[in-house]
Design a binder for this molecule. Structure first.
Ligand code: DP6
Length: 408
């Protein structure tokens, strides 16, 4: 009986959020440790709309570490996965030696089974690796320390960073900075919360999912080429990003939307300019992205104030920031200039949006030629919390024996 219970896997499930950078990370000074050439700042998106769920099981009966992503077994020997698992085991060992966990001495040698799913389609173009690695390190540490581990996010962010740079920022909710650090070993290259998710309740985030287009160059290799060839990127990292970080933190703290929005747009534009300055050049923005940029500027100038901001990562989807009161009208604008398929699915997903009228004068002022089906749908969300433990065992993605659930 005792033998049996000792063989029973220990299982933990966590969820973790996606984040969207408003001061972009682009370029590494150390590829292996994933150390950036500039600090960055992001907003953590709410997990009600976008999240990764990961279950980790550990058992002495497992022969090897294994991972399943969105229903498919993947290669666990990937160097970034290996770095994360190695560092998690190291941290768990350190915590046990410090005497603050109920870990038994054999637990750390146990192999793990990891199963992870996203509640959003990869086509949404959102960096799923950020939520994925944040979720992996949260749940793996919890499984090894047999304890709730939140409170060590700083250290954990340094581990998530070694999975994917932007993942370190998904270790916190709200507004998060990734301080680039100076040390060669990367010990000071960590994320830190600037303000919690409750800080700016009126802030809304709309993800405009552009119709499926393949991402041309992945961020890892894209930024590598940029570091090698773009002198604009060097200038950005040395002389622009540091000042913008200070200004952005100030804008967030004061909830100064106009300042926040302007910096967000300028930083997105500069990031895409460094992509164009890369040789050979990299293009992430599509004609739909460019139409959104023009639309946002014309909308803001119609009102004579900055009510909307756009930002784009390594893909064509716009992420729009605005305040709650402007959402209904902006959604009407999007529907007008990117008429959706009439018989298609729901155009607005996520937080409900009230209907409103679109003033004829505003349509005229924007004056763009509509691009039918340019945007497939919009995800309406807000800032949200960092990784969470899922207490309900029925939500585990692995069976109680630690193997993936059979799908019909
Ligand atoms: C444009 O974090 O995906 O989204 O560290 O190589 O995994 P790796 O890159 P990744 O790059 C994200 C780039 C970005 C900007 C950002 O999120 O700051």
């Amino acid at each position: 009986m005792l033998e049996e219970s000792m063989d029973k896997p220990h299982i933990v499930t966590c969820t973790a959020p996606v984040n969207i950078a408003v001061i972009k990370y682009w370029g590494k000074r150390n590829e292996e440790l994933i150390l950036p050439i500039n600090s960055s700042l992001s907003v953590t998106l709410h997990q009600d709309q976008l999240k990764t769920t990961t279950t980790v099981a550990s058992s002495r009966s497992f022969q090897e570490d294994q991972i399943w992503l969105n229903g498919k077994e993947e290669d666990i020997t990937h160097p970034r996965l290996q770095s994360c698992l190695r560092e998690i085991r190291r941290l768990a060992r350190k915590r046990r030696n410090d005497g603050d966990s109920g870990l038994d001495s054999t637990g750390l040698s146990h192999k793990v089974h990891i199963c992870s799913v996203n509640n959003f389609p990869t086509a949404a173009g959102l960096a799923s690796s950020a939520a994925g690695f944040a979720c992996l390190v949260s749940s793996a540490l919890a499984v090894y320390t047999l304890a709730r581990v939140f409170g060590v996010e700083g250290e954990l962010s340094g581990i998530a960073r070694q999975g994917s740079g932007s993942a370190c920022r998904s270790m916190y909710g709200g507004f998060v900075q990734w301080i680039m650090g100076q040390k060669d070993d990367g010990k000071d290259s960590l994320a830190q919360q600037v303000e919690p998710e409750t800080h700016w309740p009126e802030l809304r985030i709309l993800v405009l999912v552009a119709s499926a287009e393949r991402k041309p160059v992945g961020s890892t290799s894209g930024m590598q080429t940029s570091v090698q060839t773009s002198c604009l990127l060097k200038h950005r990292a040395e002389s622009v990003a540091p000042g913008r970080m200070v200004e952005m933190i100030e804008a967030v703290r004061r909830k100064n939307f106009a300042a926040f929005a302007e910096l967000t747009m300028k930083d997105s534009n500069q990031f895409h300019a460094t992509c164009l300055d890369t040789y050979p050049p990299i293009f992430y923005l599509s004609s739909v992205s460019q139409q959104v940029i023009t639309l946002v500027h014309r909308y803001n100038s119609y009102y004579g104030e900055t009510r909307l901001a756009y930002t784009f990562d390594a893909g064509p989807n716009a992420v729009i920031f605005t305040l709650q009161q402007h959402v209904p009208e902006f959604v009407q604008v999007v529907q007008h200039f990117f008429p959706p398929e009439t018989n298609g699915g729901q155009f607005i997903k996520g937080l409900p949006v009230n209907c409103t009228d679109l003033p004829e004068e505003l349509k005229q002022a924007i004056g763009l030629e509509p691009m039918p089906k340019g945007i497939s749908y919009v995800i309406s969300t807000k800032a949200g919390p960092g990784p969470c433990v899922v207490e309900d065992p029925t939500q585990h993605l692995l069976e109680s024996d630690g193997w993936p659930k059979k799908t019909e």
